[in-house]
Design a protein around this ligand. Structure first.
Ligand SMILES: [Zn+2]
Length: 242
């Protein structure tokens, strides 16, 4: 099991850890700040520094084979770091912060467009949500409402409920395609105060004012009953938002 340090502090950037197991090009650590890809949020990137000063680039983080493990994928696919090795880790904070801002922003968007969410993805500087909707929402109106909510600068809070409590309140799960991580008996709820409440294991900003201004770049028809809403931070290169 990897202790998931980003759960306690989404703003921490450096940590110390020990290698639990490894194969060429990948290590599992006993504790980590690297968020493993899941719930629509990409895995973190960064580096691992060995005692001799050598730095290994981490290109992605994924859930490992055993439950609760974080697998750190190394840029050098041949690199083998023996179990028991002590090291220091550092995530690419600027990228992670952009991912956090976009992830929290998508939660707020789900409170602006009141329809079931059928899919979604967080990208670096952009994101999208798919809604079960027969008509396209008006782009500028959605953008205005979303930015007005962000300007309220509401705090974001976390609390845990049992899986049984969640089953008794199915209305909390807005995302039909992305179910909250289960199996530990408890599920984490993310509350944007006064705006949104839903289960989510991702990383989020402390206050939504940190998100800053966002642009709804496109509203697309993706099937009879599906509307895809794409958003991005101003200044994101179009090539980065496929
Ligand atoms: Zn989420």
């Amino acid at each position: 099991m990897t202790e998931l340090l980003f759960r306690d502090d989404a703003y921490a950037t450096e940590f110390e850890a020990e290698v639990l197991s490894a194969r060429p090009g990948a290590v599992v650590l006993d504790r980590s700040l690297f968020y493993p890809e899941g719930g629509g949020q990409p895995g973190d990137t960064g580096l691992l520094r060995l005692a001799d000063g050598r730095e290994l680039k981490v290109t992605d983080a994924r859930k490992g084979e055993a439950p609760g493990e974080v697998l750190h994928l190394l840029a050098d696919a041949g690199e083998l770091v023996p179990a028991g090795t002590r090291l220091q880790g550092r995530i690419d904070w600027e990228r992670r912060h952009r991912l956090m801002r976009m992830h929290t922003c998508l939660h707020i968007l789900s409170a602006v467009i009141l329809a079931p969410v059928t899919g979604g993805a967080v990208g670096d500087g952009y994101g999208r949500l798919d809604f079960d909707l027969p008509e396209s929402p008006e782009r500028e109106e959605v953008q205005e409402k979303l930015n007005a909510l962000i300007r309220r600068d509401a705090p974001v809070a976390f609390r845990w409920i049992s899986e049984a409590e969640l089953d008794a309140r199915p209305e909390l799960v807005k995302t039909m395609s992305v179910q909250p991580p289960r199996g530990r008996g408890e599920v984490r709820l993310v509350e944007v105060e006064g705006i949104d409440l839903q289960p989510c294991g991702g990383t989020h900003v402390q206050r939504i004012g940190e998100i800053g201004e966002v642009v709804i770049s496109k509203v697309e028809k993706k099937g009879k009953q599906n509307r895809r809403v794409r958003l991005e931070f101003p200044g994101t290169a179009p090539t980065l938002n496929p």
